[in-house]
Each structure stands twice: as structure tokens, then as C-alpha cells.
Design a binder for this molecule. Structure first.
Ligand code: AMP
Ligand code: ZN
Length: 466
């Protein structure tokens, strides 16, 4: 499998350390607000990577943190903590805020058919490991205590600029321009591992430490959680491109200082989803959420389909127009699959051929649009029978997770089912009589109840929003 590695900036052959088990770490959400659909694009890409590897036969152990402490407003080590700011704005405790948005995040993940990582851990549950790592880094000369905070000394890291490709001089200029210079640091890019002094008074989340009561920096959370649950070596570490610097750069510096060897072999970064005004970010406040898309009449899986149509390393611009096309295409695709007869025998040779095509598309640096093309190629192929097509698509959907073969009317009471069928009948009649207003009215009434009609060439199907 070829995978683009941000560390070498090349496509590399993917070879896990243990051929039976891939260890994968993915940075999780900062839970001070709803995830925006840009964040969700990154989680969809990570989900496809995990499921694709599983489809190839690997066992994957994926770990994800929940950042409920220590993520400051800016990338500098100053400013109000995002969690505490969120709590202040909503008049709740930080723990209530974290709990609420963590639940909301997992609801979004479920609606998008994203598999829950095998290991999920809250930043605030792992203080012991951060302290242990920081103590060792101080002992080994990688970190120092200065005026109340513990800093990482970036001049001690071997390849500090390798991942970001930045130059030391750029950083110095950047820091001078954007951040009040911290006179207690040895180097301008040194970052805080443990705060006991916060610019923000009354910081609520604090723990005892050898350096005084305080809280961890953001970067140490991921290094700590990854090492606690996945051990000394990682195969893959993922995140969005904005995480390359400083977050992942600092994770590498800390973890390699702590372990004394190379830590992670493949760094995979997803490009951003932008809105038409440019960047989509949580701190802007007016961001698009999955709930907003749903209230605009789109299904979560249509958003997943929209994402899969482009390559994870290409920037993607969100537009209503593109979303409408995605919804229609997915509806049509599901309609075509559900019209396939499942009776009959599977043509083994063709089955194997298309599975190979699908795997090859994935192995080509997760080429999701090509993977979808294989689905359409299967449907178009006149040489193969319906049950083979159905089985192939069912198999691909283990990775795509678009519910392509999930019957749209599952878990339905017989009363509701017959009511919907009756409405469809009534709508067909209205259409026949060219009473399109009535036909649309029936469609919209059902939609308001979470029942979406899907017109296919043969008949009208329906699906229920979950
Ligand atoms: P956060 O909750 O802000 O820490 O972000 C969660 C994940 O979303 C991280 O992997 C980020 O790199 C990623 N991310 C942030 N903004 C975007 C965006 N506009 N498009 C895609 N991914 C993003
Ligand atoms: Zn992280």
C-alpha cells in the first residue's frame, strides 16, 4: 500500500512494525463546542484509512484523545483556555461543557458511520503519565523549569523542523509578530509542558504536580495518551494539516525525547474543508455543523459521500450546490443497489477481480473517488449478475460505510410502513394527474417526519433518518 507520509513528503510503501497489528493514533476533538463539518471531514478520512487497512486484512488498534483541558485559544502559550472560555460563555462548569460536547461529537460520529476508536481517553484522565514524561524529560535535559512553568527546550530535539519544513528563522519572526515574547523561554519556539502560571486567572482544571498546582500543555496530552495505550512505537499518526505545526511537531519532539528513539513512522494529514469565504474554524463561531446540514434536509451519509468524492489531501470547498448533487447521487446509488436481486449464485472470478480493483484504489494513497468509481463500474458491468453486484457492493460498504445495502425500511412498524406506501401511492397519482404541488406537499410532509422519498427509475423508495 502506498501512503503519503508528511514526514518525508513522499508516497511511501506502508509497512507496519508488526505485520498483524497496525497502531494508529488520531488526534481527537477539543470539546468546547460542536464539531464543524471540516473537523468531521478529517474523522471521515481517518475512518476510511482504518477500515481500508482492515479490509486489506490488518488488525488496527486506533486510539483517540478527547481534549478537555489545556487547549489554549491561540497556538501561543498564552490566552484563555478554550474549554474555560466555553464554560464561561455558557454559564456551565468545564466538566459539564466537556461532557455535553463529547456526547454530541460521538452522536455525529455515529450518524456518519464512523467506527468508534478502540481506545478513547480524556486528556484530564491521564495527568499521571504527563507528569511521568515531563519528569524524565527534565532529568534528561530536554525540559526546564522557568518562572513557574515547565518548557520543552526545542534546541535539544534532533529534527525539530523536519515535519513542518519550517526554518528556525521563520519561527522567530513569526513569534515576534504574533505573540508577546515570553522572556522565560530559552528559545522562542519552546513550548509549555506544564503550566502553574496562567495568564488567565482562576483556571479551574488544576492538578498537583512536582512543579506546583497546574495543568498540562496541549501537546503533551497526545504524546502521553499515545504512549500509555499504544506503547513506544506508532505506525500511523493522523490529523488535519493544521496540526502539523506546532501540535504534531511538538508531539514528535516530546515523545522522541522521552523514548530516546524514533516514535512514529507514518504521518498522515487530511487537507481542510473550507467554506466559500475561506477557512472553516471552530473559533469563528458561525460554523457549519452536521445538525445544520440535517436541518437543511441533507442526510449525514450524503456528507460522507460528498467527502469521499475528493482525495483527502486535496482541499475541498463546501457549497450547497455540491451538497445537493451529493445527496441526489447517493439517493440514486442506493436506489440502484436496492433494486438488485439477491437471488442466484455469485460469480467468483468477477467477484475477486472487482475486490482487487477496490483494494488497488485504496492502496493508491486512499483514493476514495476511485473506490466509488469501482462501485459504479460494478453496477454498469453487463457481464455480471445481480447477486454478484450486490455482494460486491455489500463488501465495499464495509469500508465506504454509506449504508448502500441497508434496507431503507428496517425497524419499521407495519402500520407506519403501510401508511408510507399509501402516501407514495397517493403521490404517484398526484404526479400522474400533473398535480405537482400536491406531490411535493406529500414528499415534504414525510420529510418533516424524517422519512425521505427516493425516486428511482423503477419505483419510489424511502429511507428513515436515524
Ligand atoms: P479540533 O477539535 O479543533 O482540535 O480539531 C479536530 C480535528 O479537525 C483535527 O484533526 C484538525 O486538524 C481538524 N480540522 C480542523 N479544521 C479543519 C477543517 N477546516 N477541515 C478539515 N479538518 C479540520
Ligand atoms: Zn493531538
Amino acid at each position: 500500500m502506498k501512503l503519503y507520509n508528511s514526514l518525508s513528503r513522499t508516497l511511501e510503501e506502508f509497512v507496519p512494525i508488526d505485520p498483524r497489528l497496525v497502531k494508529m493514533y488520531t488526534c481527537g476533538p477539543t470539546v468546547y463546542g460542536y464539531a464543524h463539518i471540516g473537523n468531521l471531514r478529517t474523522y471521515i478520512f481517518e475512518d476510511i484509512l482504518q477500515k481500508g487497512l482492515e479490509y486489506l486484512g490488518y488488525r488496527v488498534e486506533r486510539c483517540m484523545n478527547i481534549t478537555d483541558v489545556g487547549h489554549l485559544t491561540s497556538d501561543s502559550d498564552t490566552g484563555e483556555d478554550k474549554m474555560e472560555k466555553g464554560a464561561r460563555l455558557e454559564g456551565k462548569t468545564v466538566y459539564e461543557i466537556a461532557d455535553f460536547y463529547t456526547k454530541a461529537f460521538f452522536q455525529d460520529m455515529e450518524l456518519l458511520n464512523i467506527k468508534k476508536p478502540e481506545i478513547i481517553s480524556k486528556a484530564s484522565d491521564n495527568i499521571d503519565i504527563y507528569i511521568q514524561m515531563i519528569e524524565k524529560m527534565i532529568r534528561d535535559g530536554y525540559a526546564y523549569f522557568s518562572n513557574g512553568n515547565v518548557y520543552f527546550d526545542i534546541s535539544k530535539a534532533d529534527h525539530y523542523y523536519q515535519l513542518s519544513g519550517k526554518k528556525a528563522e521563520d519561527l522567530i519572526v513569526g513569534f515576534r509578530e504574533s505573540v508577546e515574547e515570553d522572556q522565560y523561554k530559552k528559545n522562542p519556539a519552546d513550548f509549555v509542558l506544564w503550566f502553574t502560571l496562567s495568564k488567565f486567572e482562576n483556571h479551574i482544571m488544576k492538578w498537583d504536580s512536582p512543579w506546583g498546582k497546574g495543568y498540562p500543555g496541549w501537546h503533551i496530552e497526545c504524546s502521553g495518551i499515545a504512549s500509555k495505550y499504544l506503547g513506544e512505537y506508532l505506525d500511523i499518526h493522523c490529523g488535519g494539516v493544521d496540526n502539523i505545526f506546532p501540535h504534531h511537531t511538538n508531539e514528535i519532539a516530546q515523545s522522541e525525547a522521552y523514548f530516546g528513539h524514533k516514535w512514529c513512522n507514518y504521518w498522515c494529514h487530511g487537507a481542510h474543508l473550507n467554506d466559500q469565504s475561506g477557512k472553516m474554524s471552530k473559533s469563528k463561531g458561525d460554523t457549519l455543523t452536521l445538525t445544520k446540514l440535517q436541518s437543511d434536509g441533507y442526510t449525514p451519509l450524503a456528507y460522507r459521500y460528498f467527502c469521499l468524492n475528493s482525495h483527502y489531501r486535496s482541499q475541498l470547498v463546501f457549497s450547497e450546490e455540491a451538497m445537493k448533487i451529493a445527496q441526489n447521487s447517493l439517493n440514486k446509488l442506493r436506489g440502484r443497489v436496492l433494486n438488485l436481486s439477491q437471488e442466484g449464485s455469485i460469480l467468483e472470478t468477477q467477484f475477486k477481480f472487482y475486490v482487487e480493483q477496490f483494494k488497488m484504489a485504496f492502496e493508491n494513497d486512499i483514493n476514495t473517488s476511485q473506490m466509488l468509481t469501482v462501485v459504479y463500474d460494478v453496477l454498469k458491468d453487463d457481464e455480471i449478475n445481480d447477486p454478484t453486484k450486490y455482494k460486491l457492493i455489500e463488501s465495499f460498504d464495509q469500508v465506504l460505510s454509506l449504508d448502500l445495502t441497508v434496507s431503507m425500511d428496517q425497524d419499521l412498524s407495519p402500520e407506519l410502513e403501510s401508511e408510507i406506501l399509501q402516501k407514495i401511492e397517493e403521490r404517484n397519482l398526484a404526479k400522474k394527474n400533473r398535480d405537482f404541488n400536491r406531490a411535493d406537499q406529500i414528499r415534504d410532509e414525510l420529510l418533516a417526519r424524517g422519512i425521505r422519498l427516493v425516486d428511482t427509475r423503477e419505483k419510489t423508495l424511502y429511507e428513515i433518518d436515524r
